[in-house]
Design a protein. Structure first.
Length: 176
């Protein structure tokens, strides 16, 4: 229990040293990982059921060759595609925004450094240290958060494209 309290205090010290922008980076990181986990869960749990329903509905149709049948097939594949690609643009946007928010933290930290320089001059390095840490920590945090999500977001996107191809192939296989 003592280790947990110490870990929490270290976390609060880190957030205080990085400035208020770190809280925004934390919120964006939580959003990023929530989206990644939701997409992985959807593709593992929900999508197979929806694909099976579409396949059953297609298989139960008597007509597979008419123009109407092809439009219905395209509509079902389109619905599956929309479901699979939901939140992927938001995921990519969040990854792109994280380093920019980190740079915003750099700018606000440098403003703190310049304020200290204006008030105390160049002779007080301890007074400038909080501004320097507030300038470097958000940049690092934004980059680390973006890089941590980049791999998984590309994996989610590749899997969505693969599942769309599988749906197209599965439904067209029944067209014979």
């Amino acid at each position: 229990m003592v280790e947990l309290v110490e870990l929490y205090q270290n976390f609060l010290d880190f957030m205080e040293a990085g400035g208020d922008v770190l809280w925004l980076i934390l919120a964006l990181t939580i959003l990023l990982w929530t989206l990644i986990c939701e997409r992985l869960w959807f593709m593992r749990r929900k999508h197979p059921r929806r694909l099976a329903l579409a396949l059953d509905a297609w298989d139960s149709r008597g007509d597979h060759h008419s123009w109407y049948a092809h439009r219905i097939r395209e509509a079902w594949i389109s619905e599956l595609s929309i479901d699979l690609q939901r939140y992927i643009p938001l995921l990519k946007t969040t990854i792109a925004i994280l380093p920019l928010v980190g740079l915003l933290g750099t700018v606000t930290g440098m403003i703190q450094v310049f304020d200290v320089l204006a008030v105390t001059g160049t002779g007080n390095p301890r007074a400038m240290a909080s501004g320097v840490s507030a300038a470097t920590l958000p940049t690092m945090a934004g980059m680390v958060a973006a890089l941590s999500g980049l791999y998984f977001s590309s994996r989610v996107e590749r899997r969505a494209k693969r599942e769309i191809r599988v749906a197209e192939d599965s439904i067209s296989f029944l067209e014979k």
